[in-house]
Design a protein around this ligand. Sequence first.
Ligand SMILES: CC(C)(COP(=O)(O)OP(=O)(O)OC[C@H]1O[C@@H](n2cnc3c(N)ncnc32)[C@H](O)[C@@H]1OP(=O)(O)O)[C@@H](O)C(=O)NCCC(=O)NCCS
Length: 173
Amino acid sequence: MLTLNCGIATLREWQRGDEDAVVTVADNPNVSRYMRDTFPSPYTHDDAAAWIARNEAAEQDTHFAIVLDGRVVGGVGFVLHQAERRIVADIGYWLGEPFWGRGIATAACSAVTAYAFEQYELRRIEAPVYAPNVASRRVLEKCGYECEGIMRSAVIKKGEVLDAHLYAKIRCP
Ligand SMILES: CC(C)(COP(=O)(O)OP(=O)(O)OC[C@H]1O[C@@H](n2cnc3c(N)ncnc32)[C@H](O)[C@@H]1OP(=O)(O)O)[C@@H](O)C(=O)NCCC(=O)NCCS
């Protein structure tokens, strides 16, 4: 099984048996609040099973469970773009609320950024972050991502129209 050590936690492939742990940490409106709508809320056991099955079937290892002291506490991963954008990936991460504020997302994002640049012919990794998500913007800044601009009125979450800050990191030559 592919495992990445990010110091504070271990990142490993998703596996069957993670479902209950995922629901425990992911089924929280504070977690889904600034995630894409593809992150379910409420987050059910079926949602967790579908996510794990999808990753088991995937040809590439691009999504990882964040494991702390043997417990799944969140997820981190990237989506590879296609065609003329094949040099670009989108990164994302989330953690159960009790685990916020300990530097875990920064360590996980940093390790996965390095892994993605090592394993794929990427020139750029990006993340659009919804404006109120200050913690996530800070995570990206700590990982060396730069804010390239603000996409105004880019998304609607719970009836509220939000700007999105576009962060990106370019491969070092
Ligand atoms: C965003 C998230 C992943 C951050 O995880 P985390 O492990 O708490 O992040 P870290 O501890 O590595 O770093 C958070 C940084 O944001 C800062 N921060 C947190 N809340 C903040 C706020 N309201 N205002 C300013 N800074 C804030 C912290 O102080 C820390 O920065 P520092 O190290 O310079 O002090 C976590 O809050 C989460 O899972 N949120 C829900 C899912 C989500 O929004 N994912 C990202 C979608 S783009």
